[in-house]
Design a protein around this ligand. Structure first.
Ligand SMILES: [Zn+2]
Ligand SMILES: [Zn+2]
Length: 260
């Protein structure tokens, strides 16, 4: 169950709309090798809502660059190509298109829940948190992707946020049922990304243990880096909290591979 290897399976580069053009794939590869990361997966943002990065996305250019880096560095690191798709349950045709490109892994995440509810007034924080949780629930009920991204992301942004653990437990039970692997996203643990409202990963290692008690076997650990400088952040301390009950995995062409 324990592995000595390190992975980072949720990484953004200059092919994501919210990144600096200086954060190239190659800089990420070199940084990952230097940090002793064994498996690295690029997961650029694909959104189809008011933020639309699906139309005109440079898939061919990105794949060419990825293939070039594989040919240069594959003896030093395993490189994978994936996507982080926002609300895939609301965009089945676009999700099918991304699958047709045969990515290694698709992360399904919720980023813009109000876009899908015609909400034109300012919601209370409590209502927004409820809406977010409900969207994550719909996402895992529909499935069609590999990894559930930052299931309780609002802990990163909302002061006084408390994960609804009973609701999340049921969401994780559906993940087990539908073969979806939750990630432990460490971006909430970095001072560099946000005004840190949390010291926990998303989901927390405590909730990862609940997922294990429900029959879950695998998780991914990821930094959700938007800069090569933060690759692999908090990997060791996060892994040490779950290594006795869960195994790490990655996906290759959509097939789960245990990291060992
Ligand atoms: Zn995300
Ligand atoms: Zn991300």
């Amino acid at each position: 169950m324990k592995t000595q290897k390190r992975c980072d399976l949720h990484v953004h580069t200059n092919y994501s709309y919210d990144n600096s053009h200086k954060n190239t794939m190659e800089k990420n590869v070199l940084s990952a090798i230097q940090k002793g990361i064994d498996v690295l997966c690029f997961t650029e943002h694909i959104e189809c809502c008011s933020v639309n990065t699906f139309e005109g996305y440079p898939h061919a250019e990105r794949k060419r660059e990825f293939d070039r880096l594989v040919s240069l560095y594959s003896d030093q690191i395993k490189l994978l190509l994936g996507f982080e798709m926002g609300s895939p349950h609301r965009h089945p045709n676009e999700l099918a298109f991304l699958r047709s490109l045969e990515p290694d892994m698709i992360i399904g995440s919720i980023h813009h829940p109000t876009d899908y509810h015609n909400i034109n007034y300012r919601m209370s924080q409590a209502d927004y948190e409820k809406l977010y949780d409900q969207e994550v629930r719909r996402l895992v009920e529909c499935g069609g992707f590999d990894v559930l991204g930052h299931a309780d992301m609002l802990k990163k942004y909302h002061t006084n946020f408390r994960t609804d653990e009973a609701f999340l437990t049921e969401t994780l039970r559906i993940c087990v049922q539908n073969g979806i692997v939750p990630e432990l996203n460490t971006s909430s643990m970095r001072q560099t990304d946000v005004m840190a409202n949390s010291t926990e990963s998303m989901i927390s290692t405590r909730m990862a243990r609940v997922y294990a008690s429900l029959g879950g076997k695998y998780v991914t650990i990821s930094s959700d880096s938007h800069s090569y400088k933060t690759l692999g952040s908090h990997f060791d301390e996060t892994y040490s909290n779950i290594a006795d009950v869960l195994s790490l995995c990655y996906f290759e062409k959509g097939k789960l591979v245990e990291l060992n």
